[in-house]
Design a binder for this molecule. Structure first.
Ligand code: SF4
Length: 430
């Protein structure tokens, strides 16, 4: 934890409100279990060689999980991602979830949902999966959907698939020139499903990987996205509290939802600030909201000195929501909004990479996701060292064979029908 705190100090991000280095030593670590995908999004961060790369052996993935556990400890969030992880064999996915859980970390499945059946989600939930994060947006070019509003039917279907399985449900949306104008309506939609959906993340367009979408239009920035989300939910959400790493990277906000109306949870910043630091050790159960509330209540009983502050905060919220609380007979939910400002491959900023809270697992340990995306082939094409008895061998991700040396060999050549992103465009032009 101290290493994380010092990184925040060095990059000028340490404050009373900062979670990195206080509540967690890393925001999350992405574990890419395949480079293959069943979509070809216009802003894909994968390499143009992705389709020709073999899936990492389970032994290597287990080794990476153990490295993450060693570095960051229990309750670390591990994202099972890719490509799309559901392209991996089902038994592999179950084994990966179990291994993460066995190290007391929290696995999240990141998927475009196409192959995420209720049956599969149920089996993964039984194996210890904590969350499912569905990526749904117009960069995916799903046939038959002409707007984010039309894609709400897909979102509702995915919610039905995951509802009642004990999973926290999240949605990821890439914000680009083609859907920025729909952000307000999308935020309003997420409010209507906040009974089921606890987290809505918005990733800003970045020119990295094989995607053909190019540079981000100037109109899109963390501030403009925050404004659109505020307008969409009809509340002046406090983005930026708690701090989640570098302020130019991430903005977090939380809304209490009552009778369909949103209320800014962090509105009373001065009252909240001391509580953020004091409750940093309370583990939040994302799967069972009332268990999370009980955990905080138990903390408050063990720390009676904070009771006056907590009751002042509670009464302020209740007073603001009084009419809606009556109308909703006290029913209250919450939804978090997150803005993630990925950097384009040619615009990496040293300070932000040093303050990164969103890491990607590699053979040599976790590194910043932005850095990983910018140099992806250096990592995904590199042969993986494997100790076979007393001998050292290397697994080659291009041909899937074990070899004596760590030489990369020629880059893979994906068949034209496999080509995606820019490569696909080049094939189409021939
Ligand atoms: S450096 Fe990139 S991946 Fe890391 S937190 Fe910042 S925007 Fe996210």
């Amino acid at each position: 934890m101290e290493t994380a705190r010092l990184r925040m100090v060095r990059t000028g991000q340490w404050s009373d409100e900062q979670h990195m280095g206080r509540r967690w030593p890393v925001g999350c670590v992405a574990l890419e279990v395949t480079q293959r995908c069943n979509l070809d999004c216009t802003l894909c961060y994968l390499s143009e060689n992705a389709e020709a790369i073999r899936d990492l052996p389970l032994a290597e993935l287990f080794r990476r999980i153990e490295t993450i556990a060693l570095m960051y400890g229990p309750n670390t969030d591990v994202q099972i991602t890719g490509g799309d992880p559901t392209l991996r064999k089902r038994e592999d996915l179950v084994a990966i979830v179990r291994h993460i859980r066995a190290h007391r970390m929290r696995p999240t499945l990141f998927t475009n949902g196409i192959r995420a059946t209720r049956d599969l989600l149920g089996e993964l939930a039984a194996a210890g999966l904590v969350d499912v994060a569905f990526h749904v947006d117009m960069t995916q070019r799903r046939a038959g959907y002409a707007s984010e509003a039309e894609l709400n039917a897909v979102r509702r279907d995915y919610i039905r698939r995951a509802r009642g399985l004990g999973l926290a449900i999240m949605f990821n949306t890439t914000v680009f020139g083609g859907n920025f104008h729909e952000l307000e309506a999308l935020a309003a939609f997420f409010l209507t499903v906040s009974d089921d959906v606890s987290f809505a993340s918005f990733q800003l367009q970045a020119d990295t990987g094989r995607g053909t979408g190019g540079e981000r239009p100037q109109i899109i920035s963390p501030d403009s996205v925050a404004d659109a989300l505020r307008a969409g939910v009809g509340a002046d959400l406090s983005f930026g509290i708690p701090g989640t790493g570098h302020r130019n990277c991430n903005r977090y906000a939380m809304a209490l939802v009552c009778n369909g109306r949103a209320y800014d949870f962090y509105r009373d910043r001065q009252l909240v600030k001391p509580l953020l630091a004091a409750t940093a050790g309370v583990v939040v159960d994302r799967q069972h909201r009332w268990r999370a509330v009980r955990a905080f209540a138990a903390w408050a009983l063990r720390h009676p000195g904070y009771l006056p502050l907590l009751s002042r905060l509670g009464w302020r919220h209740m007073w603001r929501m009084r009419r809606d609380l009556v109308a909703a007979r006290g029913r209250l939910t919450k939804i978090s909004f997150f803005i993630h400002n990925f950097m384009s491959a040619c615009q990496l900023e040293r300070e932000r990479v040093d303050a990164c809270v969103f890491m990607a697992a590699t053979a040599d340990g976790p590194i910043s996701m932005c850095l990983h995306n910018a140099r992806r082939d250096d990592f995904v094409l590199a042969p993986i060292r494997m100790d076979v008895g007393a001998a050292t061998r290397f697994w080659n991700p291009v041909n899937g064979r074990v070899q004596h040396d760590g030489g990369m060999g020629p880059p893979p050549s994906a068949a034209p029908r496999q080509a995606k992103g820019r490569a696909r465009r080049a094939v189409a032009r021939r």
